[in-house]
Unconditional design. Structure first.
Length: 312
């Protein structure tokens, strides 16, 4: 049997058929959504909107009176994130076939040619950047910093070389609320930077938990994720330390009121409690799954709550 070969970005078997041709038949729409990583785009839209909403609220500006800024910021940030994710898929098309969760991407199956993926990525980033610069110069610059940190610093540089790749990647994941805030108020307040810190600190425990569940896949792809290089015990300790670092941050958001302080603190303590309580299962993968699911709920509840408390 001949070994698999790359052809137009797809991994082919000896008969020149996609290696995973029988896996997960998809539509054009599904392929496009997978290419831009729509889940990441949507989750970042929530944090962008929260930063934008809070900036409007504390600047005394009406939401309905500034729908142009809202539209430009949300569409612009979504486009640069979608474009960056497309370029990430383009860059990783050689290792994605080795991982179960990524082997169905259109850059692996060959349904979308690599050159088109790269073109789409740059196109989205270009249009998105223009839209952000139409709000404020600061928002546009922050958007480009996010693109550079994700595409260059993370995807092209640290991801395959250093165990600290997750921390490097957390920079780009933390800029959406800054983009939203800067689109309204270019003079970023302390609250805007606290939102950045929350997002930055939240990402390592979130992605380390995911990496524990996918450790063998990362190992096969030679990606030096923390669980692969340092083991599960070290990773679990690191997750707990990062969650602990979230504890003081709600106290820097006192302007959002006591109810939010109580909720945010409860979410932080609950995450820590789950981490210690779930150890009784003596199952690292189950522990990681619980921590990962909690992290998703944590982020959604926290940022939606920031909007709700300013409406009451």
């Amino acid at each position: 049997m001949s070994s698999p070969k790359a052809y137009n970005g797809a991994v082919m078997d000896g008969n020149q058929q996609p290696l995973n041709a029988g896996v997960g038949e998809t539509s054009v729409v599904k392929d496009f959504l997978a290419l831009i990583k729509v889940g990441i785009v949507n989750s970042n839209a929530i944090t962008t909107f929260t930063g934008l909403w809070l900036a409007l609220h504390f600047s005394g500006m009406r939401f309905l009176g500034n729908l142009d800024i809202v539209f430009l910021a949300l569409i612009g940030s979504s486009l640069i994130i979608a474009g960056s994710c497309s370029l990430n898929n383009y860059i990783d098309r050689d290792i994605d076939p080795l991982m179960e969760r990524t082997k169905g991407r259109p850059t692996v199956t060959g349904k979308i040619q690599p050159v088109k993926v790269a073109f789409l990525g740059f196109l989205f980033i270009g249009i998105g950047s223009v839209l952000l610069f139409m709000t404020t110069i600061t928002a546009g610059i922050i958007g480009l910093i996010g693109v550079f940190s994700y595409v260059v610093l993370y995807s092209m540089w640290s991801k395959r070389l250093y165990v600290s790749n997750t921390i490097v990647g957390s920079i780009s994941g933390a800029v959406p609320p800054l983009i939203g805030w800067a689109a309204v108020d270019a003079n970023l307040s302390m609250m805007a930077w606290v939102l950045f810190l929350i997002m930055f600190i939240w990402q390592p425990p979130h992605f380390y938990a995911l990496a524990m569940r996918r450790a063998e896949e990362y190992r096969a792809a030679s990606i030096p994720m923390l669980p692969v290089v340092k083991g599960f015990a070290r990773t679990k300790k690191s997750i707990i330390l990062w969650i602990t670092a979230l504890l003081p941050l709600p106290f820097l958001l006192l302007e959002l009121g006591l109810p939010f302080l109580i909720l945010a603190s409860a979410l932080n303590i609950g995450w820590l409690f789950l981490g210690f309580y779930a150890r009784k299962f003596k199952d690292d993968i189950k522990w990681a799954k619980l921590m990962f699911v909690y992290s998703l709920q944590y982020l959604t509840i926290l940022f939606v709550a920031m909007v709700i408390v300013t409406l009451i």
